[in-house]
Design a protein around this ligand. Structure first.
Ligand code: GLV
Ligand code: MN
Ligand code: MN
Ligand code: MN
Length: 427
């Protein structure tokens, strides 16, 4: 049936799954770790190769390409009314150490394929359609999550901070960005989107949890994204010889870190809700020798909740524990830095409606759900009505090499994305 009196027929939507899978596999080969794991770090050689790969595909789909100062990549299909705010979709292709092929990638390659689907169906957009590849959704290199979308959303503090930011090899963000061909004018505030850029943003992503697979449902419609936060902590002690320094004389920075890690778990469990989570994903000891008492320790803590106050309460308790542990152990709390403390975000009702009606037209089962992972959508929601489409993934695995989504589930997601974009483009 023709929808909304427009000249396209979603029952004839065809996804080229074979080619899409080939692209997913090829992209996974741009990695700093051996397959099946994927490691693709911001502005690394493999990231630059992957970016070239994406731009090439955008070009083959007839999109006109623009890159901003931090390397967010935009591929535009111009609509018949190009002065209207456009409709945008996209995700990220950076990959945390030893992760999988699908996180983010499905929402970039799948978005380009959604454009191909629409072109093959004869659809002509009214509002322009943008596919966006966001820079550094993952915080791996510079500690900042959703770096590209955070800037697009207008974070003045981030634009300022980036001029001083260095990675753990002391390579500045500016130098790294320049080496990848970006940061031409060093003013990151020129990345900010204006309020009329987009009328809607939709992101396709693997669920990264087990619900859709367990319940045999094809599509998840995200209604809200949980509130993420991250903290960096350094303890300092005197260190010394592991044999000659007797126990009463020690102030072991490593044990302070160990105790704090357990305190994080305790505070999270005491929140009273299963929705509160906390992880010590990084724990480093200096100098890292078996016969040397740690003189420094470094922890990075990730904590999230769908309830912002409850999450903030956990952060406060972690801080209290860090202070009391350092006092009791005679260890210095050198740094307690809240890197980000973001609010949760709701999807927009009008985008939810468009996604829901797309699943109905396409005859796909769907369920409304919360995203416990964060996404660039968290920040794009500040600039446009936002929605997210989830597809099932094997056992809910993500951020590890076993991550997998079937070609069929990906194709369903691409079709729902294509139809949602079409609806939003002509509205
Ligand atoms: C995104 O990768 C997240 O950690 O939620
Ligand atoms: Mn991720
Ligand atoms: Mn992701
Ligand atoms: Mn530190």
């Amino acid at each position: 049936p023709l929808e909304d009196d427009h000249d396209y027929d979603s029952s004839s939507f065809t996804v080229d799954s074979l080619n899409l899978q080939k692209q997913i596999d090829e992209l996974s080969s741009f990695s700093d770790s051996p397959l099946p794991s994927v490691t693709r770090i911001l502005y690394s050689d493999n990231d630059v190769r992957a970016r070239r790969f994406i731009k090439n595909l955008m070009g083959l789909s007839g999109l006109s390409i623009r890159e901003d100062g931090v390397g967010n990549i935009f591929g535009r299909w111009e609509g018949s009314e190009p002065d209207l705010p456009a409709v945008s979709t996209g995700s990220h292709i950076d990959a945390i150490p030893y992760s999988g092929k699908y996180d983010g990638v499905v929402g970039v390659l799948g978005a380009i394929e959604a454009i191909n689907v629409l072109k093959r169906s004869g659809f002509k957009p009214k509002r322009s359609l943008d596919v966006i590849m966001f820079t550094s959704e993952e915080p791996t290199r510079y500690g900042i999550s959703c770096l590209g979308s955070r800037l697009l959303a207008g974070s003045v503090s981030l634009a300022t901070a980036l001029k001083q930011t260095v990675d753990n090899q002391n390579i500045s963000f500016l130098d790294a960005a320049k080496s990848a061909g970006y940061a031409g004018n060093e003013d990151f505030s020129d990345v900010f989107l204006n309020d009329r850029s987009y009328s809607a943003f939709v992101e396709l992503h693997i669920e990264q949890g087990p619900i859709l697979e367990n319940e045999g449902i094809s599509i998840g419609i995200v209604t809200a994204i949980a509130a993420p936060a991250s903290i960096k902590i350094d303890f300092g002690g005197n260190g010394g010889h592991a044999g000659a320094t007797l126990m009463p004389q020690r102030n072991d920075a490593g044990l302070a870190a160990a105790e704090l890690a357990l305190a994080v778990e305790k505070h999270v469990l005491e929140s009273g809700s299963v929705d509160t989570v906390g992880t010590v994903g990084i724990l480093e000891l200096h100098p890292g020798a078996i016969n040397s008492i740690p003189s420094k320790s470094h922890l990075e803590i990730d904590t999230r909740d769908i309830d912002e106050n409850r999450r903030n309460n956990v952060i406060e308790k972690i801080h209290e524990s860090a202070v009391s542990i350092s006092k009791r152990r005679g260890v210095e709390l050198l740094e307690f830095k809240i890197v980000n403390q973001d609010p949760p975000t709701l999807s927009d009702e009008s985008v939810i409606k468009a996604m829901e009606s797309a699943t109905q037209v396409l005859n796909l089962s769907h369920k409304k759900m919360i995203s416990r992972a964060y996404h660039d959508s968290l920040f794009m929601a500040r600039k446009a009505p936002m929605g997210m489409i989830f597809i099932p993934c094997y056992k809910g695995y993500s951020h590890k090499p076993e991550e997998y989504a079937s070609p069929e589930d990906i194709a369903n997601g691409v079709k729902v994305l294509a139809l949602t974009l079409a609806k939003l483009s002509i509205s």
